[in-house]
Ligand binder design. Structure first.
Ligand code: NAD
Length: 247
């Protein structure tokens, strides 16, 4: 039996599945990831600093205007729509098989596809807060071209995206819930992540089961511990899974 068929059987027989997704889950929605050939880290264009630095807390504090220029141009895809990966995971939740999607993505596409229990480890571009008074703002407010650095309309403080930058800690509550879901999972499906960004990647180590499925276009450091590695596009693989489950 090939790996895809075995994965389908695991999924058919389980009602305690957890998914852990990365930027590769959204590339078929035309949002570039960081490390693929067409990814952001391979681009070498107008920005004079590496993306890791431009997305760090230090850079945000020191070069706030440049941060927002990069962020608005490279991290925001307001027209992106969910692809078969997001849609398939939402369906698995709807039919009672999938308990949670834990995502490193900040694009909101799992929710747009209909997933209800989404744990956003790295936050979301759709939430933004004033650093001074805590007032909340939507994405449109941040994107206003007239304001290179978005400022609070109540107190004048800088409005910061609720996105975890390099050097910043993950939200404790989201992290603890993610760990609990992974610890309790029967099947863990890891999709489209290079598994090199910590602490998020280390979450896999909390999994206690023996049905770890990795779906990725390229090898990852966890391939040797996975029960099944499925090489392919996340959207295609999820579509085959959903079609085979026939619901
Ligand atoms: P990454 O760029 O490091 O790795 C993406 C992985 O997905 C690679 O291994 C690649 O081979 C694989 N991949 C790409 N397209 C795929 C597809 N269609 N099907 C299957 N696999 C595919 O991304 P990461 O591991 O998520 O870590 C990078 C960080 O970047 C995360 O913290 C995330 O917050 C952030 N990020 C988010 C978005 C988003 O929200 N959509 C986009 C870019 C980066």
């Amino acid at each position: 039996m090939d790996n895809l068929q075995t994965a389908i059987n695991f999924i058919k027989n389980s009602s305690n599945i957890v998914a852990f997704t990365g930027a590769g889950a959204s590339t078929e929605s035309n949002i570039p990831d960081f490390r693929s050939a067409g990814g952001l880290y391979r681009e070498n264009e107008k920005y004079k600093y590496p993306p890791e630095y431009m997305l760090s807390h230090t850079f945000f504090m020191k070069h706030t205007e440049e941060f927002f220029d990069f962020y608005k141009n490279k991290m925001i895809y307001r027209d992106a729509r969910p692809n078969n990966c997001h849609i398939g995971l939402a369906r698995l939740e709807e039919i009672g098989k999938l308990k949670a999607v834990i995502t490193q993505n900040i694009d909101g596409l799992h929710q747009l596809a209909g997933s209800k229990n989404v744990l956003e480890l790295h936050g979301s571009v759709y939430r933004n807060y004033c650093m001074k008074c805590g007032a909340a703002f939507d994405l449109d407010y941040i994107m206003d071209e007239g304001k290179p650095v978005p400022k609070c309309n109540k107190c004048g403080g800088i409005v910061k995206p609720d996105v975890v930058l390099y050097e910043e800690a993950l939200d404790h509550d989201v992290l603890n819930k993610s760990i609990a879901f992974i610890k309790a999972a029967d099947v863990l499906i890891v999709i489209g992540t290079s598994l090199v960004v910590y602490p998020a990647a280390g979450l896999i180590n909390y999994y206690r089961g023996d049905k770890l499925i990795l779906i990725n276009k390229s090898p990852t450091p966890y391939d040797n511990v996975a029960r099944l590695v499925i090489k392919g596009n996340a959207g295609d693989v999820m579509k085959s899974i959903i079609n085979s489950i026939a619901v």
